[in-house]
Design a binder for this molecule. Structure first.
Ligand SMILES: [Zn+2]
Length: 444
């Protein structure tokens, strides 16, 4: 079956290619970019007139389970460490059922915002949650989004100088054994992979140095990526200096993590010299603007990191510090925040779109997603502009960012429609909302 996504109002490919009359899609791939008329035969037409076509968005950092603790009174108006301390006891009540409900909620919200690839970082493994990543993998497959599920971990409890309480940390041999099992069971190494696994010890203040090193070794052996939080707050710098005798980036290098096979959530508190080291290593940074503003963590030096050679992607972060999983809205937050930091001429709507598309793909070491080009995965998002917020707009691509698009009209992942006419395909949204509500109430 060959589908012609025909005559969008605007097509932004993310590269120099033009597709003013749309694209042909076949067997999960982009077959042809159409400029005048299609060269290949086609079987059906999707009328994209009036819509803005862009590559499907890539979300590089999330904690799906946190959709269950949105706007939680105990966590309001706090910065990172006290915010975490107020939430750990609540998260220790998570069950397989609540992980399933929250995964479905987060993925549906992401899809509706034009996201076609997402990362999740699940790091709370209480006794009842051994199968948390398996549950997520099942739901990811059922909903049809492309994903990198990271096996998070915490092993440094309060008694040993860390931040989390003992009932949410695990023994390191268990963490490593489970990490290995999950890679063997779920990680797809093929081009066009729909599901991959990465290893993600949570942060310098919640895992030991030994676990960081052992995870790097296992990732190297298994050829998977590594992910963690780093340089999110100035408090983390002080913590690292006190516990490890160095700054977070020195610590990262010491445990074998400064490489292009690693991406870091936040990456705010770096010195100019550290930015150069990250760029030379081609380590990825996931910018999470809403979360950084919510927790007053600071401002990520996005353009400096990019100029140094780092891949800088975009993430909504967990929904306890956002508290939304809308990637298109996040793109606008990045646009506004970086302009405030750098000046209006230094960060355009194209820069913001690039973070959420091809830069995110580079961060995830993927060449098959993030751009519209022949042979790439058919991951596409189409946004309508027939709303009051766009009325009178001249440059419709810029308007998606400036006027604040928030819901896609159509979304395709690997050639399959997951959103059509602004609605999820074959998903009972009401059931998802009810389950989520019950699961959230059961946590507190
Ligand atoms: Zn996070």
């Amino acid at each position: 079956m060959v589908t012609w996504i025909k005559d969008p109002a605007v097509a932004w490919t993310g590269n120099k290619n033009k597709a003013s009359r749309g694209v042909l899609v076949s067997e999960g791939r982009i077959l042809e970019l159409v400029e005048e008329s299609p060269q290949a035969e086609f079987d059906e037409i999707y009328d994209a007139s009036g819509l803005v076509l862009i590559p499907g968005l890539i979300n590089c950092h999330h904690h799906f389970y946190q959709t269950l603790t949105r706007a939680l009174p105990a966590a309001l108006n706090k910065e990172l460490f006290p915010w975490l301390a107020s939430l750990y006891p609540v998260w220790s009540n998570l069950t397989e059922h609540s992980v399933r409900a929250s995964t479905r909620t987060a993925v549906c919200e992401l899809l509706l915002s034009g996201c076609t690839t997402t990362v999740d970082h699940h790091y709370v493994f209480s006794e009842a949650l051994n199968r948390a990543i398996d549950v997520q993998a099942e739901e990811i497959q059922s909903l049809g989004i492309r994903a990198v599920l990271t096996r998070g971990s915490m092993s440094l409890s309060q008694e040993n100088g860390g931040l989390p309480p003992s009932n949410v940390v695990q023994a390191e041999d268990v963490i490593l054994k489970e990490s290995q099992r999950l890679i063997d069971q779920w990680h797809d190494r093929s081009e066009g992979a729909m599901l991959q696994i990465a290893l993600a010890p949570c942060s310098p203040f919640s895992v030991t140095e030994e676990l960081m090193s052992a995870s790097a070794q296992l990732a190297l052996e298994k050829k998977v990526l590594l992910h963690t939080h780093l340089a999110e707050t100035s408090g983390e710098n002080s913590f690292c200096e006190k516990l490890y005798g160095c700054r977070p980036l020195d610590y990262l290098e010491r445990v074998g993590w400064l490489s292009s096979k690693v991406w870091l959530a936040h990456g705010i508190h770096f010195s100019p010299e550290e930015i150069q080291r990250i760029g030379s290593a081609k380590t990825g940074i996931c910018h999470c603007p809403s979360s950084n503003m919510m927790l007053a963590s600071g401002l990520c030096p996005v353009q400096e990191l990019r100029a140094a050679g780092a891949a800088v992607g975009l993430g909504v972060d967990g929904s306890s510090s956002n508290d939304s999983s809308n990637l298109m809205q996040e793109l606008r937050q990045a646009y506004l925040l970086q302009r405030l930091r750098l000046g209006a001429e230094q960060f355009s709507h194209i820069d913001a779109l690039e973070l959420a598309t091809k830069e995110g793909a580079r961060l995830l070491n993927r060449e098959d997603i993030g751009q519209i080009r022949e042979g790439a995965c058919a991951d596409l998002a189409l946004f309508g502009t027939d709303e009051l917020r766009f009325a009178g707009a001249h440059d419709l691509l810029a308007a998606l960012v400036l006027s604040g698009a928030h819901r896609a009209q159509a979304v395709m992942v690997g050639g399959e429609w997951r959103v059509r006419n602004g609605e999820l395909v074959d998903v009972d949204l009401q059931e998802i909302l009810e389950n989520q509500k019950k699961a959230a109430l059961a946590l507190i």
